[in-house]
Design a protein around this ligand. Structure first.
Ligand SMILES: [Zn+2]
Length: 245
């Protein structure tokens, strides 16, 4: 997931303010965190005082880097020349966390402490590696057979560089609640589960799940997305009008 994020940042594909003004989605180019400079990927993830607080935290090995290039691609090349594989992985995960923190500020007015961002990045990288060490990938063929035998639909990965968002809804008519589930994957980018106290028919519940999938993708900054689920047309049309213009 961090790999795809870095690829998007290097190619200026993140929905930064500068990118959104170029696409005529918004008019304000300045960074939502510092309100000072134009927000491109390099600013959002490295130059912004809010990002610098994370890189300069007492736990960070990146605090002594003095990169002065023009874009994030240059920064990543700079890091590739100086970092070990482990440090580069940490850099990628931390950059993604900084972006998620920026999104939390924009959409929820929530701003995590710099140390918390770096600690969370370290933790998620450790957990990711731990999953691989414990042979999760070796279990995949068995899971695939299980799916084949039980005639469950098999999830087909999206093309390279594209994220697939799936969703579904379940109803409990007796208790008047609806559960919505959304998952975004190239492997696994994120997931959201929501429960509402409501009475509605299945078609409406699936449409709600589709719209939540759209909102989730927008908040997470996913630009290149394929949507798969009932009411896909709703999302497709909405994406056209709210994300791409
Ligand atoms: Zn800024």
């Amino acid at each position: 997931m961090a790999k795809l994020f870095i690829w998007r940042a290097c190619n200026e594909l993140l929905p930064t303010r500068l990118n959104l003004t170029r696409r005529k989605v918004i008019e304000m180019k300045t960074c939502p965190c510092c309100d000072g400079e134009e927000e491109d990927a390099l600013h959002a993830l490295w130059l912004c005082p809010a990002a610098k607080d994370v890189w300069g935290s007492s736990l960070s090995c990146f605090q002594k880097f003095s990169f002065t290039g023009p874009n994030f691609r240059g920064l990543f090349s700079y890091c590739m020349e100086r970092c070990t594989k482990e440090e580069l992985e940490l850099m990628a995960v931390t950059a993604r966390r900084i972006w998620l923190r920026r999104n939390a500020w924009v959409f929820e007015q929530r701003f995590d402490h710099p140390n918390a961002v770096f600690i969370e990045a370290t933790k998620s990288l450790r957990e990711f590696k731990s999953c691989n060490v414990h042979g999760q990938e070796k279990m995949l063929p068995a899971r695939r057979n299980e799916a084949l035998n039980s005639k469950q639909p098999i999830w087909i990965p999206p093309p390279d560089g594209v994220i697939k968002v799936n969703w579904d809804a379940s109803l409990n008519v007796a208790k008047n609640w609806v559960g919505l589930g959304i998952i975004a994957r190239d492997r696994c980018m994120g997931a959201r589960s929501i429960t509402h106290q409501a009475t509605m028919d299945p078609k409406m519940a699936k449409t709600m799940a589709a719209l939540e999938a759209l909102q989730f993708s927008k908040e997470a900054g996913f630009w290149d997305v394929v949507f798969e689920g009932d009411a896909a047309q709703v999302v497709k049309e909405s994406v056209k009008s709210t994300l791409f213009f």
